[in-house]
Design a protein around this ligand. Structure first.
Ligand code: URA
Length: 234
């Protein structure tokens, strides 16, 4: 059982103060009975909470997919630049959302934004082996030597990277698959091979590809099916 005001406010549409005022103005009912106090206890999974007669669908956790454009930072505050959270439309926004994993400011592509810390850990922890695949453009043609070095692991200042697959897909392009996400990892791995990354785009996480219809800068909720694919490891 939780406080009524907390349950309503957790859905992100109203602040705690606004919820208190809604309750005071007798606009909230719990199972058909007008709510009396913000501290009233409710079972959010069992009770029907209505605001002005409209039932509140209590969503426990939110999972969003973003096609990140260049120029946005993946931290939650705006001190380093405009946060990707600014791209979340108002109707989907709620407190506690954060990007599950970092992409550099100039990196584009697939990004998951959620308020579920456990799920973020499952898709990010290197031990879980969830693959992240990137389409990388570099300033020189990718080589077989690079492929071997990526597969063997590259020694970065903080230690050896996990084996990464590199598939040559164009004159200056490669698809790289990682199961970890160190700071500037792909840029530093290519730099160790004498190449400079000129564009970096994340195309998939787990078995979920960035959907073609999700345009740059767009955010939408993940479907249940997509959510499962995201966590698949083979
Ligand atoms: N590797 C990088 O260098 N940058 C990213 O944004 C992601 C992976």
């Amino acid at each position: 059982m939780e406080r009524l005001d907390k349950v309503i406010a957790s859905q992100g549409q109203y602040s705690r103060k606004e919820v208190k005022s809604l309750i005071a103005r007798r606009r909230v009912t719990v199972d058909g009975v007008t709510a009396k106090a913000p501290e009233q206890k409710v079972d959010a999974d069992q009770s029907t909470i209505c605001i002005d007669g409209t039932p509140l669908t209590v969503k426990r956790q939110l999972y969003l997919l973003l096609n990140k454009p260049r120029g946005y930072v993946s931290s939650t505050d705006d001190s380093d630049g405009v946060s990707v959270l600014e791209l979340v439309p108002r109707e989907l926004f709620r407190q506690g959302l954060f990007p599950a994993g970092r992409l550099d400011k100039d990196t584009t592509g697939m990004m998951v934004i959620t308020d579920d810390g456990q799920m973020a850990h499952r898709i990010l922890a290197p031990k879980k082996h969830v693959k992240k695949r990137y389409l990388v453009t570099i300033d020189i043609p990718p080589t077989e030597t690079m492929r071997t070095r990526f597969a063997e692991g590259i020694n970065l200042v903080e230690g050896l990277t996990k084996p990464a697959a590199l598939e040559i897909v164009g004159e200056y392009q490669a698809l790289v698959t990682l199961t970890e996400g160190r700071y500037h990892q792909i840029k530093r791995m290519f730099s160790a091979c004498g190449a400079t990354v000129t564009a970096l785009h994340r195309v998939s996480m787990g078995n979920l590809n960035l959907p073609d219809d999700l345009k740059e800068g767009e955010v939408r909720e993940l479907t249940a099916e997509e959510l499962l694919k995201l966590e698949e490891i083979e």
